[in-house]
Write a protein that binds this ligand. Structure first.
Ligand code: SF4
Length: 359
């Protein structure tokens, strides 16, 4: 019997053709492709067989799983689950115990080199990896086997991408990223705390459409998602440029949506597409909600970007500190000069008109 196409499956779940095309257009936009690629994406998703995927969860808070499951209609998460055949996900699968572990091993054995391994959470290496075990095996052991036999490993969230919170000093369990735990494997890092499900979906969609992974940077992160600074796409940027900063939570600047740099925003040092794709189907993101960026996707932000509520002049590469001051001073000077010029112009006009009245 012919297997239903992806679109057939989505229709049965109440996703209309229009919504499906909207999803494909959104994927093209997320991948920074021209909108004409939506048709190519739709054709590929309709024809391609669903790839197998397993989701491993190690040292983490389940925030990435939550991020995948939290969305509105038609959910990216629903579509993701229809695009891939998710055979194993401890948190959401019905099976448990030996039955669940068997599903995992069946994929490794029967689809070797052809499945996606999606990893959430860091991997502790200290003391032989005893600080995270599942079914009597260490996370290190499981990752070595599962990721070692995968087509590609997607490290979702900061913990699996660079160690995240578990690796913060003094890193008592020796937590590391998947790439560090299992060297030599093909990894796409999708950091963020949590990861954004749209970036995960877009990475898979890119592979299904073009047969390749999206271009990656030196940290194995896709350029489409991590190629630009938060600061450069932030809706508060005009206030930064104008020297208009929030100085205290709840002050007039905060109420007016001014720049959060003085309150510790790390947007100038963070690379991710949060301001453009946002969260919860594009509803909002932290800076829009009035809180500074904590650079959750940046390597070792817990050690290098804290305290989160203070400006950090001494962080290597944090050169904007000087610029912000200069901008502030520059704007104030320009404003003062402008006011003075206006006053002089005003005064001379008044003088002129008085002379004309006299004359
Ligand atoms: Fe936006 Fe933060 Fe940059 Fe200000 S410092 S413009 S709030 S990213």
């Amino acid at each position: 019997m012919k297997e239903d196409s992806l679109f057939d499956k989505l229709s049965k779940r109440g996703v209309s053709r229009r919504d499906f095309m909207k999803f494909c257009s959104a994927m093209a936009a997320t991948l920074a492709l021209p909108s004409s690629f939506a048709v190519q994406i739709a054709e590929a998703l309709e024809k391609k067989q669903k790839p197998y995927a397993v989701w491993l969860e190690f040292q983490d808070c389940a925030g990435d799983s939550e991020s995948m499951l939290r969305a509105t209609k038609p959910t990216i998460a629903e579509i993701l689950l229809d695009v891939i055949s998710l055979e194993y996900h401890e948190t959401i699968m019905a099976a448990s115990g030996k039955q669940a572990e068997k599903s995992l091993m069946d994929v490794v054995k029967n689809h070797k080199g052809k499945y996606f391994a999606i990893v959430e959470g860091a991997i502790p290496k200290k003391d032989g990896g005893v600080y995270c075990t599942i079914g009597g095996r260490t996370a290190l052991d499981i990752a070595t086997e599962v990721c070692g036999n995968a087509l590609v490993t997607l490290a979702v969230g900061s913990c699996s991408s660079w160690g995240g919170l578990p690796s913060a000093k003094p890193n008592p369990t020796g937590a590391v990223s998947v790439k560090e735990a299992v060297p030599g494997i093909t990894v796409v890092n999708l950091p963020g705390c949590p990861m954004n499900v749209e970036n995960v979906t877009a990475t898979i969609v890119h592979y299904l459409t073009f047969g390749t992974l999206p271009p990656l940077d030196s940290r194995n992160r896709p350029y489409f998602a991590y190629g630009k600074r938060i600061h450069d796409n932030c809706e508060r940027r005009s206030h930064y440029d104008a020297g208009q900063f929030v100085r205290q939570w709840g002050d007039e600047g905060h109420r007016k949506g001014w720049c959060l740099y003085e309150m510790g925003c790390k947007g100038p040092e963070a690379h991710m597409n949060c301001p453009t794709i946002k969260w919860n189907e594009g509803t909002s993101w932290p800076v829009q909600g009035g809180h500074g960026c904590i650079a959750c996707a940046a390597d070792h932000n817990w050690d290098l970007m804290t305290p989160f509520y203070k400006r950090l002049p001494k962080v290597p590469g944090f050169g904007v500190e000087k610029t912000a001051d200069k901008i502030g001073v520059g704007i104030a000077a320009a404003a003062a000069a402008g006011v003075a010029a206006h006053a002089i112009a005003g005064a001379s006009k008044k003088k002129e008109s008085k002379e004309q009245e006299k004359g």
